[in-house]
Design a protein around this ligand. Structure first.
Ligand code: NAD
Ligand code: UFG
Length: 355
């Protein structure tokens, strides 16, 4: 019996694969590498000592997704695959709706055809829009501020309808807060394309000298120091949350949303200080205009996940910064593009690594 991980080569997916393999699960990855590199799979193997069967496939290709279910004994799915850049989603809404929503529809159709009804879905704290108070609980009103956020909200609704139509489904909607950090080995981590949108990869690229200084988006918010406050969570803690969610969907049916966060908020300037302490590097910064659409404060109430999944985040902000820095230092240019020579390419587009 295997767990299918869509988007398993990505940032959160790769860390979750490591935790699953370490816990003895059989894992099958499906990824089209639109925002990741095959080398991540090789690194997963290096960390765990285990091979991972990987399909280079697009979720939009129903025939191919079906083939993955035909060839493997899949019992549950963790669905990470999706596009996630907020700004890009405003310019290319159709691409986002098609990839994220149609991709999920194809996946669920194929799951249904194979009688696989256990699903853990990557949602996001973005579904809370501009929260009017904190900490945020799962029963807060939802809203979307951009097409990316709308895909998450729509998918949550689709999955609720799916459960309402057939109560054999068991679905966990995991609403992540702000994942940062990397595996302690420094072998896997976040590898953004181009100039990072998010705070931590931006800071690490300033530290390594790839970017000159950090732009702090506003210092006039009603927060402790005027800069935006977020709930940063170590990606390994987040990955572990998926194992707890998998246990949950394997032992009960229903559709439930869970916040995965620490319940603590840190400001941008606190993150800069924490990173400077962990890395002993100076992070020059300038204050610039606020970024449109940014909430002032966003942090979770993580109680439901503690009570119903038995999960709590354990790693603190210092560990998050240390691990982000180790990854950046060891991989200044992120993952390499795998040389064709290192890959056995099969006619159907699949590949596996040469040792
Ligand atoms: P990521 O981009 O690193 O990983 C996503 C993976 O999905 C990539 O490997 C990409 O190649 C793959 N993919 C995308 N579209 C695909 C398709 N049609 N078919 C097959 N593979 C496809 O992103 P991540 O940070 O690991 O995020 C994983 C999930 O969590 C996403 O759904 C994202 O929206 C959600 N999320 C992320 C964050 C965050 O801050 N990183 C916060 C909240 C929610
Ligand atoms: N920030 C800066 N400078 C930067 C980048 C960010 O000051 O260069 C600030 C932002 O204004 C915000 C904080 O740092 O106050 C965190 O910003 P991120 O872009 O890292 O994270 P967001 O909370 O804005 O968004 C992230 C994901 C979204 C997701 C959301 C909620 O990028 O996809 O968390 O989960 F929807």
């Amino acid at each position: 019996m295997a767990v299918l991980i869509t988007g398993g080569a990505g940032y959160i997916g790769s860390h979750t694969c490591v935790e699953l393999l370490d816990a003895g699960f059989e894992v099958v990855i499906l990824d089209n590498f639109i925002n990741s590199k095959p080398e991540a799979i090789e690194r997963i193997r290096e960390i765990t000592g285990k091979e991972v069967k990987t399909y280079t496939a697009d979720l939009l290709n129903m025939e191919k997704v079906n083939q993955v279910f035909e060839e493997n004994d899949i019992e549950s799915v963790i669905h990470f695959a999706g596009l996630k850049a907020v700004g890009e989603s405003v310019y290319y809404p159709l691409r986002y709706y098609h990839n994220n929503i149609t991709g999920t529809l194809v996946l669920c159709e194929v799951m249904k055809a194979h009688n696989v009804k256990r699903l853990v879905f990557s949602s996001s704290a973005t579904v809370y829009g501009m929260p009017d108070r904190v900490p945020i609980s799962e029963d807060f009103p939802t809203a979307a501020l951009n097409p990316y956020g709308r895909t998450k909200l729509m998918i949550e609704e689709i999955l609720k309808d799916l459960y309402n139509s057939d109560q054999e489904w068991s679905i966990a909607l995991l609403r992540y807060f702000n994942p940062i950090g990397a595996h302690k080995s420094g072998l896997i981590g976040e590898d953004p394309n181009g100039i990072p949108n998010n705070l931590m990869p931006y800071i690490t690229q300033v530290a390594i000298g790839k970017l000159r200084e950090l732009n702090v988006f506003g210092n006039q918010y009603s927060t402790k120091d005027g800069t935006g406050v977020r709930d940063y969570i170590h990606v390994v803690d987040l990955a572990k949350g998926h194992l707890r969610a998998l246990e949950k969907v394997s032992t009960s049916s229903g559709v439930e949303a869970y916040n995965l966060g620490t319940g603590k908020g840190y400001s941008v300037l606190e993150m800069v200080s924490a990173f400077e302490k962990a890395s002993r590097e100076k992070i020059p910064y300038q204050i610039v205009e606020p970024r449109p659409g940014d909430a002032a404060i966003c942090y979770s109430n993580p109680l439901k996940a503690r009570e119903q999944l038995g999960w709590v985040a354990e790693k603190d902000i210092d560990q998050m910064c240390e691990d982000s820095w180790r990854w950046q230092k060891s991989n200044p240019n992120g993952y390499k593009n795998m040389q064709k020579d290192n890959l056995h390419l099969l006619k159907n587009g699949d590949f596996f690594m040469k040792k």
